[in-house]
Design a protein around this ligand. Structure first.
Ligand code: GLU
Length: 463
């Protein structure tokens, strides 16, 4: 779909009501992939009008998560920009003025109904099996004895038509939409009001957000029209990310919705970006590994699917492993450091090439290497295993302490004795690491100081 690209401006508007959500990262990514190649601006607006659930520490997590992924914004609460402030709680006067304008022009009205009265209306509609729409009681017959009110938008009716870059032209019948609240009685705007006001004032040209907001768009466009502002050029409603079981990813039920989990487990930001891009979009070729620059070049909304996208750990793990294997050793060592606080740089560097062949996530390195700083649990070995270990000790005693000569020495034992590698290496592994799975044997041995390795082996050889 052709998109005019002069002065593209996009935004995300996450709510700081919990840990940073994977969906926020995915929405940010698609915004950036759209805006950057067009030299557009990307704004971060904090949607914090839900007084009870907002926390500053959650806002900090949003920054941290997006920065970790390299999804940097051009304008935001921490950076400023031409359309400050970027926190909705600091824009209350703006919403009030806009609501006053709509009231003055009779495009909105004061609604004095209580929660109980509205609930009763809703129940009545349910009982009569008709879709609920506000009765307009306060428009036609407002009470005279009440003072507390909300501001309600008067839906003008007709049709709302807009372009969605993924779904094409969308038409909604506004006759079916009831009048809705713009400002609550506590002076706070609803999301439905604040969002289009800000999009208009911040000159957002393309609204790219999750599919759950598709049904909000006609409401928001009616507000833009009523205020006499220009509409955004187009919308894009991205497919929902679904859990493996097909349910919508929820903060409460699905730990995989927590963006920070990926950093903690040692997914590389490059790999998560790569995976998130493919979750919902396909390049139309067999290519699966993409750098950010490649994504910027090939991404388009034409190839974004309509249906929800199921989260697939296997694919993410595969992509992460590919990124790990392709990474320069020095860089990988640097990224491993936080996962291996007990090891110095030189030791990590010596382990890197072996780790590369085994690791799916950086956090796996801890499990592979903890025998370097912890005494392994002693594993029971039988007499035969003990004697094999003794053979290894004899072969290793005079060997230079590097992976290759160690490997050659062990292969010598295999040749001389006719033992299988497995029969020789398993007891060595158990004696050195306490585990059945380890890095390739010659690395497992070489990473330990010679005297420590031999001492552990001799202890096991005499058991
Ligand atoms: N706070 C909303 C969300 O995070 C913003 C939706 C929008 O982009 O308009 O889903």
């Amino acid at each position: 779909m052709a998109v005019p690209d002069a002065s593209v401006r996009v935004r995300i508007a996450p709510s700081p009501t919990g840990f940073a959500h994977l969906g926020t990262a995915s929405t940010a990514l698609y915004n950036v992939l759209f805006a950057r190649p067009r030299q557009g601006a990307f704004a971060l607006r904090i949607d914090d009008t839900d007084l009870e659930r907002n926390r500053p520490e959650y806002e900090a997590l949003i920054y941290e998560g997006l920065q970790w992924l390299g999804l940097d914004w051009d304008e935001g609460p921490d950076k400023g920009g031409s359309y400050s402030p970027y926190r909705q709680s600091e824009r209350l006067d703006i919403y009030k003025e806009h609501a006053a304008k709509l009231l003055a022009e009779q495009k909105a009205y004061r609604c004095y109904c209580t929660q109980e009265e509205l609930e009763a209306e809703r129940r009545q509609a349910q009982f009569e099996k008709r879709p609920y729409k506000y009765s307009r009681r306060c428009l036609t017959n407002p009470p005279t004895d009440r003072t507390e009110f909300a501001v309600r938008f008067k839906v003008p009716g007709g049709k709302v038509v807009f372009t969605d870059m993924i779904r094409g032209e969308m038409t909604f019948d506004a006759e079916l939409l009831g009048d809705f609240i713009l400002m609550k009685s506590d002076g706070y705007p609803t999301y439905q009001f604040a969002s289009p006001v800000d999009d208009a004032l911040m000159k957002i040209t393309h609204v790219i957000r999750g599919e759950e907001h598709l049904s909000n768009t006609p409401y928001q466009l009616m507000i833009v029209d009523a205020l006499g502002y220009d509409r955004p050029v187009a919308y894009a409603h991205m497919p929902l990310i679904l859990a493996k079981d097909g349910a919508k990813l929820s903060k409460r039920k699905h730990p995989e919705s927590n963006l920070m989990l990926y950093r903690e487990q040692g997914y590389l930001p490059e790999a998560l970006i790569n995976y998130l891009a493919l979750l919902g979009w396909n390049p139309g070729t067999a290519q699966e590994i993409f750098t950010f620059e490649e994504l910027e070049r090939v991404f388009s909304f034409d190839r974004v699917q309509h249906a929800g996208a199921r989260f697939d750990w296997e694919k993410l793990n595969w992509i992460n492993g590919e990124w790990i294997r392709a990474m320069d050793d020095g860089e990988l060592a640097r990224r491993l450091q936080p996962f291996l606080p007990d090891l110095d740089e030189a030791t990590i560097m010596r382990a890197v090439s072996a780790l590369k062949t085994r690791m799916t996530r950086l956090a796996d390195a801890t499990e592979y290497l903890d025998y370097l700083w912890k005494e392994p649990e002693v594993q029971p070995l039988d007499a035969e295993q003990a004697s094999r270990i003794q053979m290894a000790v004899d072969a290793l005693e005079d060997v230079p302490w590097e992976p290759e000569p160690i490997e050659t020495a062990l292969e010598g034992v295999v040749e001389r004795t006719g033992l299988s590698k497995n029969k020789l290496y398993t007891p060595i592994r158990l004696a050195l690491t306490g585990k059945k799975v380890s890095l390739p044997i010659h690395y497992t041995i070489a990473l330990l100081p010679k005297e420590v390795a031999l001492a552990r082996l001799m202890r096991a050889g005499h058991s």
